[in-house]
Design a protein around this ligand. Sequence first.
Ligand SMILES: N[C@@H](CCC(=O)N[C@@H](CS)C(=O)NCC(=O)O)C(=O)O
Length: 221
Amino acid sequence: MLKFYYNPLSPNARRVWLTLLEKEIPFESVLVNLDGDQLQPEFLTINPFHHIPVVVDQGFRVVESLAIMDYLESKYPTLVMLPSEPQALAKVRIVQLVTANELFPQVISLIYEREDSPQAAQAKQHIDKVLKFFTQVLGDRSFFGSHQLTLADIVAGIGVLSLPNLGVNLRDYPRLNEWSERLMQRPAWQKTKMSSEEFEAFKGRVRALVRLRRYQANKKK
Ligand SMILES: N[C@@H](CCC(=O)N[C@@H](CS)C(=O)NCC(=O)O)C(=O)O
């Protein structure tokens, strides 16, 4: 059976978790405790970059969440989640990459920086730009690039649904708000919904990681 290495606090692992559930692919989950399991030699042979998620399917190992989603899409087309029409496909890719490159770094800033700091205000401004952009891309469709769920909805949904916990009101973006409610009605999303304790634990992990990265960067100077 397909093996899925994950941790429920990891947004990147959640992308794959939701894809597996939405496509109803049977899998065996392997919990990787990010306090050090990922640095054990056994795990490093699976992913030398010590990251989750990883999927091992019939002996074939796939790393990188977006690559795993593509692999699952092509191997298990039970539910088609990647449109082939050029503009629709472009929308899916755009939304996935804008989430990774524009939205996530700002989510990290909002978690790390003081609420009343200029950095947090800047992060909120950038997030506003992303949410307005997503509203345009969504247009009058139910999902990104389609009338049914796509891989873009999974990637963006995980990021956007975390925003109300960080002081961003989705009601200011009515179409996205409706879209996020549509996602949350789906059984897979209800099943994997983060509790407030899990979200607090996630924030603690992000803060520790940013502190470590800043410390390492200062040491190099
Ligand atoms: N680009 C990778 C990033 C994966 C990633 O950064 N995973 C984090 C959890 S969200 C991780 O495993 N961190 C542990 C570590 O780097 O040691 C992907 O999309 O799969």
